[in-house]
Design a protein around this ligand. Sequence first.
Ligand code: SF4
Ligand code: FES
Length: 356
Amino acid sequence: MDRPFGLVAELTYRCPLACAYCSNPVELAAYREELGTRDWLRVLTEAAELGVLQCHFSGGEPLLRRDLADLVAHAHGLGLYTNLVTSAVGLSRRRADQLRASGLDHVQISIQADEPGLSDRIAGTPSFERKVEAARVVKELGWPLTLNVVLHRGNIDRVAGVLRCAERLEADRVELANTQYYGWAWRNRAALLPSRAQLDRAEEQVRAARTRLAGRMEILYVLPDYYSRYPKPCMGGWGKRQLIVTPNGDVLPCLAAHTLGLPRASVHDEPLAAIWADSPVFQRFRGTGWMPDLCRACERRDVDFGGCRCQAFQLTGDASRTDPVCHLSPDHRLVTDAVRAAEGGAGQKAAARPHR
Ligand code: SF4
Ligand code: FES
């Protein structure tokens, strides 16, 4: 068993934005009772003892937690590399100064598009100008800045503009990540899935920008699962490199594992090390023993680990099947049907009404 490399500390699911592709749980009642400061300080200490090197403070919107700077300072004191994953709504100069003093290493800001009207429509609230202002503060304070853009049918045609916007904001890195279909994104899939022609155009624009910006800005382009021949190695393998702690203290191997109905593991009940090593939720899909014969016999089993368990569950109702994104999967038709619908009229019609 490997040691975990990264901790995603989901401090709260509260958020000022309402993006139709949000991967947070759709039912939030179970997460209203958030861990207190002392609990989080303990979790961070236990994570460092377990070997975690990077801590991503995420949400929802982590800036909604008043104790964020204290948590960052504690993680920094433990020697963790700290990353803030934020909408930037609430990242005032005063807040940024506090976080700088606490030792925050890196800031990742989401933007929804390259121009205010579209960005605000996708975010469900006026926010673009505040994001731009916050990005300037981040650069002024000398942090490395990553801009994160979730791509979908409604904004993928703006990729060239998004990259020019990132250049103006002097981002060090841009992550263009095609939507993953969990949570709200799953509900809105028909409206969000882009067409092949849109993807081809976007890829061409990314290639051109990479050449133009070589050495100045790193551009990461995460391919959309549904158009790939093979699935992604989700989370670098189940229970292999990452752990997630949710706002109520549940510990999960991935962002969507709460959907699988596995036994809960909570920081209220056990130390992180015991959960990582022995809990049923981490053991369930660790290694290759759980795999269907197709994957177990496949030469890519240690490359993609049979794909994403949550996607397999979402699409087939059985988390132990081969990820249907794989073209070898007996369920692959579930993916090609969705793609065909996006290419035809269904996507265009649905695009008018993604919702939260
Ligand atoms: Fe990956 Fe399984 Fe497909 Fe092989 S058969 S490529 S291991 S998902
Ligand atoms: Fe859960 Fe991929 S999101 S395994």
